[in-house]
Design a protein around this ligand. Structure first.
Ligand SMILES: [Zn+2]
Length: 206
């Protein structure tokens, strides 16, 4: 299995290729059909991303079948099942990089901000469970000058939510904490928060 640093470099390279030249998803499908998957998989990176239809991880990073272990949930939140999924890939496949992939115009972030400003009286408890996971990293921003700057507020909220998810992955699991502290595993941090901008086709890590 390649190292976390190599995995990150491969993701960056894939995204550069994607941005430079819109990929042909059909090519990946044809390649998979002509070369059926081996029985074993060896994903070189774990991606925790949002369910938003505009942020498909394999396309954004220009990777094929078997390359990425992808977990998608609205707002790229971290609940026990997401931690368990990352643990599974890290221990079962030896994958050494986990990336939290947030994005601009995230509906889950916008819904959380709406809920903070004007709580909905009869919100579904299931939807509320998502908002409640985002709320702690977003709520403090409302009390800062950002509270008066809607666009900047959303941008900061997206990054704050990514940082919170990465911190939760690092510290919410004995297995992952041990792997990260022994440098056996890399996890996207505040310095490597990953934001995808569907509108502009650009991408940033850091
Ligand atoms: Zn989203």
């Amino acid at each position: 299995m390649i190292s976390g640093q190599e995995a990150l470099a491969r993701l960056r390279e894939g995204n550069r290729a994607f941005v430079a030249n819109i990929p042909d998803p059909g090519a990946t499908i044809r390649q998979a059909r002509s070369n059926p998957l081996a029985l074993a998989q060896q994903p070189f990176a774990i991606v925790l991303g949002c369910s938003d239809s505009r942020v498909p991880a394999e396309l954004v990073f220009e990777q094929g079948f078997g390359d990425l272990f992808v977990i998608r949930v609205a707002g790229n939140i971290v609940a026990p099942s997401q931690v368990g999924s990352v643990e599974f890939a890290a221990t079962r496949f030896g994958t050494r990089l986990a990336v939290v992939l947030g994005h601009t115009q995230c509906g889950a972030i916008l819904a959380t901000l709406e809920e903070l400003r004007q709580p909905a009286p009869r919100q579904s408890p299931n939807l509320r469970s998502i908002v409640d996971r985002i709320r702690p990293s977003v709520e403090p921003l409302l009390a800062t000058p950002l509270g008066q700057q809607p666009e900047a507020l959303v941008a900061h909220a997206v990054r704050a939510n990514i940082r919170a998810a990465a911190d939760h992955l690092r510290h919410g699991s004995e297995i992952l904490e041990r792997l990260v502290s022994s440098n056996a595993m890399g996890c996207s941090s505040s310095a490597q928060s990953t934001v995808w901008r569907p509108g502009s086709s650009s991408f940033s890590m850091g």
